[in-house]
Design a protein around this ligand. Structure first.
Ligand SMILES: [Fe+2]
Ligand SMILES: [Fe+2]
Length: 166
């Protein structure tokens, strides 16, 4: 199995995009279903942003100083997603703001994933060798085992707070 970092992250994106579509197609009255989908979306995003923040972004920033601006913007976009995920996690799906907040999360994360896939990953692929990308990927697979799955877990909270104070 390939451990190429970009392949792994794109697979995660695909899974997230599929859940976004399911949410959008669920219909006005599918409250319980939408609640389940949002919990699943939040779990996937919590793990994904964590491994990117802890492994992918710092490693790439170190190896490719040229992409520093992209990395800094990506951290900020993750922070926006973290805040929305935390708010949604404590909301009930029948709350009048639940769908609206989810829609904003979807729009913002889609934009972020598009930028990663269309602009950032090609630069990283060009700048790093296959071996480096496989090594980074292997580290992310390992970290996934212990990554937070819920925004209320201490390691997820620490990440959100670090973004505010650093
Ligand atoms: Fe990201
Ligand atoms: Fe990503």
């Amino acid at each position: 199995m390939s451990t190429d970092a970009i392949v792994l992250l794109k697979d995660d994106h695909k899974e997230v995009r599929q859940l976004f579509r399911e949410f959008e197609q669920a219909g006005e009255n599918a409250t319980a279903r939408k609640g389940q989908l949002v919990r699943k979306i939040i779990e996937l995003l919590t793990i994904h942003t964590y491994i990117e923040n802890e492994v992918m972004y710092p490693e790439v920033r170190d190896l490719l100083p040229d992409v520093e601006t992209d990395v800094l913007e990506a951290y900020e976009e993750h922070h926006v997603a973290d805040v929305l995920c935390m708010e949604l996690w404590s909301m009930e799906p029948d709350d009048e703001r639940f769908d609206a907040k989810t829609t904003v999360l979807i729009e913002s994360v889609r934009h972020h994933m598009d930028e990663e896939e269309q602009e950032w990953f090609p630069k990283v692929r060009e700048g790093l060798g296959r071996a480096q990308l496989q090594e980074i990927g292997a580290k992310m697979i390992e970290l996934k085992e212990t990554a937070p799955r819920k925004p209320t877990q201490p390691s997820a909270l620490k990440k959100a707070i670090d973004a505010l104070i650093s």
